[in-house]
Design a protein around this ligand. Sequence first.
Ligand SMILES: Cc1cc2nc3c(=O)[nH]c(=O)nc-3n(C[C@H](O)[C@H](O)[C@H](O)COP(=O)(O)OP(=O)(O)OC[C@H]3O[C@@H](n4cnc5c(N)ncnc54)[C@H](O)[C@@H]3O)c2cc1C
Length: 469
Amino acid sequence: MSAAPESAAAPSIAVIEWLREEIAGDVVTADSADYDTARRVYSGTADLRPVVVVRPATAADVQAVVGAARDSGLELAVRGGGHSAAGHGTTEGGIALDLSALKDIDIDPVARVARVGAGLTAGEFVRAAGKHGLATGFGDTESVGIGGITVGGGLGLLSRKYGMTIDALLGAELVTADGQLLTVDAEHHPDLFWAIRGGGSNFGVITRFTFRLSPVDRVVGGLLVLPAEPAVLAGFLELAGAAPDELTTIVAVMPCPPLPFVPPQFHGQPVLLAQLVFVGDQGPAEEALAPFRALAEPLADLIKAQPYPALFPPEEMPRVTAVTRTQFLDSVDASAAATIISAIADSPAPMRLLQLRVLGGQISRVAPDATAFGFRDKKVVTYLGGFYAGEENRAATTAWADELVAALDQGDSDAYANFVGEPGQAEVGNCYPPATLQRLGRIKQQYDPTNLFRRNHNIAPFDQEPAVG
Ligand SMILES: Cc1cc2nc3c(=O)[nH]c(=O)nc-3n(C[C@H](O)[C@H](O)[C@H](O)COP(=O)(O)OP(=O)(O)OC[C@H]3O[C@@H](n4cnc5c(N)ncnc54)[C@H](O)[C@@H]3O)c2cc1C
């Protein structure tokens, strides 16, 4: 491989030519037929035009792209599934490194270990592992990339039973800013292994992950739709916190979509759309689920025994314009529940939701300093989304979101990195306890002192100011 070009005059042209020579994978530029598809990410506000989108076919390709970015000075955006609400998977005028072609899957069902390419989506992983009656928890959405969700922590439908995604991470292969391909695990570069479990994409490009698999064949789970009443919401969250570890819940307060199985008079009205997943047999599942069903007459009850992958039906990645916010809450009483329901009922955003996830269980049994996700004792995490159409509606949606956040504020400014949306919305510092942040800064200084990996929730190298966005 020849050295990456350092052309000062026309860095992008020289870099594109060099990449076309060196890369086995796709090199997509503005004149390519699929440029608009290749630059597309989840965030509709990140309508950016990279000078080149590269889809590496191998780890060596990734090393080449990292070298090209480093030597040319072009901004590097690393993309897994493209779901970053801040649009971190793309860049204006830089190099977008799209890992989606790295989809190798090697599952050892006896050792219960999966070695997989970093370009898989959650759904692709879940389906492959599901063939063996095994699973790793990756959130609730099929099209989210395993790359982004893992480095940010990973809260999903199995979290109270098996912990966060990072708790199942056994190792990774990672390309550093200086172009080395490192094996990173408990024995090799343990500092880096600690940092990539919650510290985001600040430390390198992960080309392959190794995950522990757990026995999850059929689950008892699905959708439960309940009326949006304050006592029902508060009761739901209280039950979710007291439930056995086998049961994980996610409840969204939102206008009811036109679901054929919900009576039409509720369509467009606020409802509680809850996903409940019990890992275990039908008998104990029914026992754990009964109190939720007794909260109110369900508007729909689709909970049943089914294969875990059935909860991840294939989908196209949507593209949305949204204002997003996140908070940790200690508890939600009937008064807070009433505030939430009336804010969802009365919003300038045509589509909006407040999702509440009760944590605890196995998430809380991991020591706060064992990984770079340090908030193991939090009770409830929220994700607020106001989905608007047209830039002229953004300001009103932002004001609405901020008003609801202020109304729910319980004095906790900490934040879950994967749910932090827009640059500047929450300081990166809020995503980590102070000691964790300091340690991350020192590891960043060691592995990426020039902050090559800065298109992310940026952790500055020790003693430097973070990059914005
Ligand atoms: C619809 C939706 C549902 C969601 N549900 C959940 C959920 O249930 N639980 C949860 O915890 N989170 C959830 N999230 C948040 C999600 O985890 C984050 O947005 C995550 O960053 C998305 O990862 P991605 O690979 O798809 O995104 P990308 O935009 O591709 O990447 C996000 C960040 O991760 C970095 N990155 C991605 N892959 C790699 C890699 N291989 N090496 C180094 N850096 C990498 C990118 O550089 C970027 O900074 C959801 C988000 C959306 C939009």
